[in-house]
Each structure stands twice: as C-alpha cells, then as structure tokens.
Design a protein around this ligand. Structure first.
Ligand code: 3PG
Length: 212
C-alpha cells in the first residue's frame, strides 16, 4: 500500500478549521482574509453552493497564505473539481469505498469522513490515519472519541458537527484530536453584513483554542 499524504503537516498553530458555506463569490476573498487576520489560515470551503468552486478559485488565487480545503465532497468528479479549484486538502462528510479510492488516488491530503468504528477501520485499511469525525456531537462526541482511542490508537481526528466556542476545548484536549471544524466562526448575520471585523474577532478567539 502506498503511503497517503497526511493532512496534519498543513495545520499551523491554530487548531480550528472554519467550515465555510459561501453563497456569494464576492465574499470569498475578504472572508478568507478576515479569518487569516485573526490567525486562522487553514479553512474548508464546502461544495454546498453554486458559488463554492469559484470561491475556492478566488481564494487559491488571491490568498496564497491560506491553506484551502474543499469539503462536502460526495463524488469522485468533485475530487477532480476540487483539485482544479486549488484544493490543498479534501474533506468528505462520509466515505464510500468508491469515494475513498478517488480521494486516495488524487494524491491530495485529506480528511475523509467517518462516523462509526467500522467506517474508521475501513478507512484505516485504505491507509488513512487522519479523518473527520462527523457529525461529532450527534455521533457520540467526546466520549465516543475517548472510547475509540483504545482499539484505534493510531487514528487522529478532526471532529466536526455541533462544535462551537464553548465545547471546542474539550475535544482539543483529547490526544487523538488534531483539530476541530465548525461553522460557528462565520455567523450568517456577520456574513450578510460583510462585517469582516467581526469575523476577524471571532477568528482571533478561535485561534487561541487548544493551543499546545
Ligand atoms: C460540516 O460540514 O462539517 C458541518 O456542517 C459543520 O457543522 P456545524 O455547522 O455544526 O459546525
């Protein structure tokens, strides 16, 4: 089995990844810059809007210091689209064998999604040691990840789903948690208002979480 590129070398000091749903491509660059100003430069743009791929291209082109992840990848063709849009890492909410193979063959670092032990073992069989745990709170949260640490000691996680400023530290304190993801850094009101100062402020707070 070939060794797959790992996501963790892309992580800087900050251990929070904003999960971004961008409706308006014009927001992409100011949003990424505001997050970076606050200290968060590793981001995930989800493929949930018509604007998403163009937003990724804009960030990749104009924000060279930002480590762009493309998320909500559900099909092999979206793996190709993400690569073409400048993805430095790929994120899937869950992973079929077909999707895992496409991600592995892309040669791009990834956090494939898993929500159960069997899914985690299946990803491990394919050579993935780092994955997204989704939906973290609904699937068992911190206690679930503590239980997984015994049998699956080599795995490292980015839990996402239901995580916010108040519970992020609890996850980040676990030895098998690399980072956490969440949409709480980009409240709709701030996005709609183009309030980049507010986004930078939230980013600054989030960048302090779980510092090692
Ligand atoms: C994701 O795709 O990771 C989630 O939608 C983010 O979850 P959250 O909105 O609960 O932070």
């Amino acid at each position: 089995m070939t060794t797959l590129p790992r996501f963790s070398p892309l992580l800087g000091a900050a251990r929070v990844i904003p999960v971004l749903t961008i409706e308006d491509v014009a927001q992409a660059v100011p949003l990424a810059r505001a997050l970076a100003e606050g200290g968060i430069t590793v981001i995930e743009v989800t493929l949930r809007t018509d604007a998403a791929l163009k937003a990724c291209e804009a960030i990749a082109h104009h924000c060279p210091d930002v480590v762009l992840g493309v998320g909500t990848i559900l099909t092999p063709s979206q793996v190709d689209e993400a690569r073409d849009a400048g993805a430095k890492f790929l994120v899937t909410p869950g992973t079929t064998e077909k999707l895992a193979r496409a991600v592995a063959e892309s040669g791009i670092a990834a956090l494939p999604g898993a929500g159960t032990i069997s899914e985690m073992v299946a990803l491990l069989e394919m050579g993935f040691h780092e994955m997204k745990f989704f939906p973290a709170e609904a699937a068992g949260g911190v206690n679930y990840l503590k239980s997984v640490a015994g049998p699956l000691a080599d795995l490292r996680f980015c839990p996402t789903g239901g995580i916010g400023a108040t519970n992020a530290e609890t996850y980040l304190a676990l030895p098998n948690v690399l980072c956490v993801g969440g949409s709480w850094l980009t409240p709709k009101a701030a996005l709609d208002a183009g309030d980049w100062d507010e986004i930078a402020r939230i980013s600054r707070e989030a960048a302090k979480l779980g510092r090692r």
